[in-house]
Design a protein around this ligand. Sequence first.
Ligand code: GTP
Ligand code: ZN
Length: 291
Amino acid sequence: MLEGIIIKGIGGFYYVKTTKGIIESRARGLFREDNLKPLVGDKVKIRINEEDNSGYIVEIHERKTQLLRPPVANVTNAIIIMSVKSPNINTWLLDKFLLMAEYEGLQTLICLNKCDLDNKKAMDLKNIYEKAGYDVIITSAKSHMGIDKLKEALFNNITVFAGPSGVGKSTLLNMVSPKFKLETGDISSKNKRGRHTTRHVELLEIDKNSFVLDTPGFSSLNLDFIEDERQVRHYFKEINKYGDECNFLSCLHDKEPNCSIKDYVNKGIISQERYKNYLLLLDEIRNIRRY
Ligand SMILES: Nc1nc2c(ncn2[C@@H]2O[C@H](COP(=O)(O)OP(=O)(O)OP(=O)(O)O)[C@@H](O)[C@H]2O)c(=O)[nH]1
Ligand SMILES: [Zn+2]
């Protein structure tokens, strides 16, 4: 028997990283009866067939977490990458990513890359998001800034590395671990359809306890998993924090009177932009529910 972690799954085969290398494995029927399908990220026990060195998964260890999109087990950490410029930061997208990470209960870090292009903007954003209660690091792959902090955040975690196209995800990962040799560059120089459309969910190994999943985001950023608009306020850290102070416990911080959140926005304690995005997200979820 060998212990390992599933780093990739294609067409019924699971690629299990073990001390003896990567073993192509199949899963036993038992899991199907339990309605338990092995997932990338699963820690498993495999039996080796000496004849062809293939594996057979005999046990899936209990999962710490399970993401639905992308379907990965044991992710503990989300790093959301945005560039301050080229492409310009999109806080609407950032706030949506943050909402998803909060919803999944992941430890989250915002990474503001390309600070060499606009350091002031990076500092301003860092202040806003730290005030809201998030951890933020500023990086530049170009001037080698913040790479050690990024490495530290990846250490001993299975991390989802999310962010829109062109913000520097691959460039940063190549700096963290030169063995990755991920393709970088502007979109036109890469595979035209974008490399993410052709790739399987795959964990990249940094060291034996640290893996990263390079993904274009939590798939399409569709928010249909949120069942009720009232949930949204709990996934904005600062709105959740101050929300109890409102006149009504049920306050959605939208049109209600005596709303402490609106007071905090007016006083500049909660950022205007975050609040605006919060209202937009409320709207988006109301619209999903309506149709
Ligand atoms: N100025 C500057 N450019 C950077 C930095 N990091 C990455 N770039 C450039 O930004 C471009 C896109 O970088 P990638 O690493 O390919 O971006 P990506 O996020 O992996 O993009 P997708 O693969 O499309 O998701 C490349 O031309 C990089 O050289 C940085 O810190 N500063
Ligand atoms: Zn309120």
